[in-house]
Design a binder for this molecule. Sequence first.
Ligand SMILES: *[C@@H]1O[C@H](CO)[C@@H](O)[C@H](O)[C@H]1NC(C)=O
Ligand SMILES: *[C@@H]1O[C@H](CO)[C@@H](O)[C@H](O)[C@H]1NC(C)=O
Ligand SMILES: *[C@@H]1O[C@H](CO)[C@@H](O)[C@H](O)[C@H]1NC(C)=O
Length: 419
Amino acid sequence: MKFYRCCILTLFIITLLLFNIFTEAIPITNEDTSIFRIDLKRRGISKTIPNKSRLKLQQSQIIHKYSKLSKRDLQESSTSLLLVNEYYMDGCYYGTIIIGGQYFTVDFDTGSSDLWVPAIQCKFSECLFHNRFDPKMSPTFVLAPHPNNFTMVYGLDDDTSTVVCGYIGRDTVTLGGITVTNQTFGLATYDDLGYYEEDGVIGLAFPQLSIFEAPSVIQTMKDQKKINKALIAFHLGRHKLVPDDKSFADIGGVDPNAYVGEIVYNNLLDSLSCMGYWAITMDDVCVDQVSLGAANSAAIIDTGTTSIWGDSKCVKEIHKKIPGSFFIDVLSLWFIPCDTKAVVTLVFNNAPFEINPVELIIQEIKLGPLCQSAIQEMPEEIPSKIWLIGAFFLSNVYSVFDFDNHQIGFAKAKVVTSY
Ligand SMILES: *[C@@H]1O[C@H](CO)[C@@H](O)[C@H](O)[C@H]1NC(C)=O
Ligand SMILES: *[C@@H]1O[C@H](CO)[C@@H](O)[C@H](O)[C@H]1NC(C)=O
Ligand SMILES: *[C@@H]1O[C@H](CO)[C@@H](O)[C@H](O)[C@H]1NC(C)=O
C-alpha cells in the first residue's frame, strides 16, 4: 500500500511541476454574454495501481457512489458521500475553483451534490500533497452553524473501508470567472485517501443528494443573479481521437460553436430526479445499427463516472455483437479487441448518439490484444434497470444540464481546438 501511494505522490509532484494547473477562466465572445467558460483537463490513468485491485475498486466505487439506490442495506448510506469517482481511472475531468482566495483542482461530478476540498487540519501524508483550505487565510470564511461536522464512509468491506471526517463552512467561491458569496462547502480532514490527483470534488447534482443540505454552486450563482440560467454544459475532449480537442464547461448558457446540429432535450425522470440525480429515459442501445431493445431504461448521466454501466442482460448482448469480446470471470469485467471497429449507439428521445470505437476501449487496461470495454455490467447491488452513463459516452456529445427546466440535452460534439 505504502509503495503505491508513494509512487502516486511522486507522480503528482511531477505533474505539478510540469503543468501550471491553475488556469484562468476564458470569457467567451458571443451574443449571449452570460456564458462563462471553465477550462477542464482529463485525468490520465494511474499506472501504479495493481490491475486487480483497480478493477475491484471500480465496482466497489460504483456501488458506494450509488449506495442510495442499492438493494443492499449499507448501514451508512445516509451519510456516505461518494468521494471520488473511480479514482483509478482515466476519463474524469477536472478544473480549478477558488474558495476564499485559495485555489483547488476539483472533479466535475454531476453524480453528487457537494463541494469539498481538504482542510489545513488534515495532517495525513496524502493531504500534504494537495492544496488544503486554511480558514485563517480567508477573511470571508464562516463556519456553518452546529452541528457542522460530517462523516462519510468509503469502501464496502473492512479491508478497504475508510472513514472520512470533516467540517462544513461557507465562503466566497469563484468558478469560471463568476463569484458567489456564502457558498456551503466541506473541509475534509480525512485519512487514507491518497490515490487521486485532484484536491476535491464539485458536485453538480440536485440538493436532495447533498449531505451538507446545501445548494450547488450553479444554483447559488442563479440565486445571487450572477447567471441568467442555472445551467452547465460539458464539452469533454476526445483526446484519443484529436489530441488537442479542448475540454471545457459552459455555465449560464450553451455555446453553439461546441456542437453540430440541434440539441435534443430529455425531461428528467421524476423517480430518480426527486432523489437528486440527473436521470433520463434511454430509448435503446444499438451495435452496428442493430437494436438491442433496451427501451425505457433509466439512465443516470454522470460526468464523474468513467465508464458506462448497464443492465447485465443487455451488456452481454452488446458484447455478443462485438467480435472477439471476452468476459473475464475473475474480474467480472468485459474485454474487447483494442482495435474494435464496432459502433455502439445510445438513443435518447429518438436521437441516436454514436460512441466512437476509440472511446469504447480503455486502452490502458490490456490483456494481450484485448482492452477493457467501456461498457460493463452494473454491479448486482444496483437495480438492473438503471444505467450509469459516464465520460466514455459524454465525450461524444455536448451535454447540457439544465436545472431550471429539469432537462438534459445532447448534441453531437464538435471538435474544438481553440477558443
Ligand atoms: C496491467 O496494466 C498494465 C498497464 O497499466 C499492462 O501493461 C499490463 O499488461 C496489465 N496486466 C494485466 C495482467 O492485466
Ligand atoms: C459530529 O460530532 C459529534 C461529537 O463528536 C458526534 O457524536 C457525531 O456523530 C458527529 N456527526 C457526524 C455526522 O459526524
Ligand atoms: C448562507 O447560506 C445558508 C445555507 O445555504 C443560508 O441558510 C443562509 O441564509 C445564507 N446566509 C446569507 C447571509 O445569505
